[in-house]
Design a protein around this ligand. Structure first.
Ligand SMILES: Nc1ncnc2c1ncn2[C@@H]1O[C@H](COP(=O)(O)OP(=O)(O)OP(=O)(O)O)[C@@H](O)[C@H]1O
Length: 421
């Protein structure tokens, strides 16, 4: 879907941001761009929708050279989500989401109907549509940002650290939701992040860059974790590379047996057979909570639970949450060893049956129930409106898809003011 062919970007001040990049981003997949600060991730992303033009080389989207297309039209045909959502502060949420459809000449009624539909898709209550961005939490604003990017149903979504400014809990919810949406929508997504865990979780492929805009390795997460190309990539992946690999493997193949009876600990179940807690036979010790796991949960979660459970056993449940059996710490450990063995072999199927997130929908209760006030995490809003971090103020935040003349080769910001479609 997106092809970079020896693409080079040198800014007028002499900085080489991207160095002879050749990379393919497959259709319907999430390509995560990672690397340390200043290694050219954002520039790479912005060359796709011509917010920045390459100095040399060719970028094709859907087989067409982007330089042969009108920049404004191209930008409207590609969804774009940034950190701090980049919403227009003086427009309602509904109008923010309707921005691109209006630019495409849909007509107000149709554009608003589509915006209302998308509010639901991203898990926000209809009431949120009438609010202004600063009346939403950081996580909610990001959802609006995603809805806005999806409004004209573009085949390609560019996401630049979209969840970088929310707290870890909200961030995980947003990641889960993106995975759920992606299973339905099958967009071609390019996702920039600093966070390797986020890249492993979301990426079908991960491209690792190093300073100077050099691509060091591009591979599926499991392959990257099992066989980093060099010390730079290994360092970037971090000390817990082995555990990260287990986050990609499911528990499905680990054997299970019947829950123990008559020993020191027994598993308490409710009437439907759902595990509740481990109970000690003497009744002196407090019950130990149990985190029952499904086949689709990860080996990492299983390892964690087996270490937390007093018996070393992991309760396994079916889709309805009813107990199917238990797996021992040893069996889980063997499963982990087998996953690593496959990873070390030339092209093992590690990660093929990738673990899926547990929360199947936008489980942010704020969307429906909490008062739509204030912000959580670092994307804080106050009664005076959102406060973007200093490095974003006046630069990234105002850049949106409805800003057709916005290119930044000189590092200036022609889009400081909101433009009306
Ligand atoms: N408009 C510009 N003019 C001059 N240099 C620029 C411009 N935009 C980016 N750069 C430089 O190009 C290099 C790559 O920047 P880029 O924003 O693409 O990196 P990044 O990997 O996305 O960084 P970060 O993770 O910190 O956002 C950096 O050295 C940056 O200072």
């Amino acid at each position: 879907m997106i092809q970079f062919d020896t693409v080079h970007k040198r800014f007028p001040n002499g900085t080489t941001a991207v160095h002879d990049l050749s990379l393919e981003m497959p259709e319907g997949g999430v390509t995560a761009l990672v690397g340390s600060s200043g290694c050219g991730k954002t520039t790479t992303l912005r060359m796709i929708n011509r917010m920045v033009d390459p100095t040399s080389g060719t970028i094709r989207v859907g087989g067409r050279d982007v330089l042969e297309q009108d920049a404004a039209e191209l930008r409207r045909s590609i969804g774009y989500v940034i950190q701090q959502s980049g919403l227009f502060p003086h427009r309602t949420v509904l109008d923010n989401i309707a921005t691109v459809p209006l630019l495409l000449g849909w007509g107000r009624r149709k554009a608003r109907a589509r915006a209302a539909e998308l509010l639901e898709t991203v898990g926000l209550a209809a009431d949120a549509g009438k609010r202004y961005p600063h009346q939403l939490s950081g996580g909610q604003q990001q959802r609006v940002g995603v809805a806005r990017a999806l409004a004209a149903d573009p085949p390609v979504l560019l996401m630049d650290e979209p969840f970088g400014a929310v707290d870890p809990v909200v961030r995980t919810q947003l990641q889960d939701e993106l995975l759920r949406l992606q299973r339905e929508l099958n967009k071609t997504i390019v996702f920039v992040t600093h966070d390797i865990d986020e890249a492993v979780r979301l990426g079908d492929r991960i491209a690792v860059f190093r300073t100077g805009g050099h691509l060091v390795q591009c591979a599926e997460p499991a392959e990257l974790l099992a066989r980093p190309a060099d010390d730079f990539v290994a360092d970037f992946l971090g000390a817990e590379r082995g555990l990260k690999l287990l986050s990609l493997e499911t528990l499905a193949d680990v054997p299970q047996g019947p829950a123990p009876e008559g020993g020191a600990w027994t598993l308490r179940l409710d009437a439907a057979g759902t595990p509740l807690a481990w109970r000690h036979k003497d009744g002196d010790a407090a019950d130990v909570p149990v985190r029952a796991l499904r086949d689709s949960d990860s080996l990492l979660a299983a390892l964690d639970e087996s270490l937390s459970a007093p018996t070393g056993l992991v309760a396994r449940v079916d889709e309805a949450g009813a107990l199917t059996g238990v797996s021992s710490r040893e069996d889980i450990h063997d499963g982990a060893g087998a996953a690593h063995e496959r990873g070390r072999s030339s092209r093992g199927p590690v990660g093929a049956g990738r673990a899926v997130p547990r929360a199947p929908d936008w489980s942010d209760p704020v969307g429906a129930e909490e008062p739509l006030q204030g912000a959580r995490g670092t994307a804080r809003a106050t009664k005076d409106g959102p406060h973007p971090p200093a490095d974003l103020a006046g630069q990234t935040a105002p850049r949106t898809t409805d800003d057709p003349n916005d290119t930044d080769d000189e590092g200036t910001n022609p889009a400081a003011a909101e433009r009306t479609p």
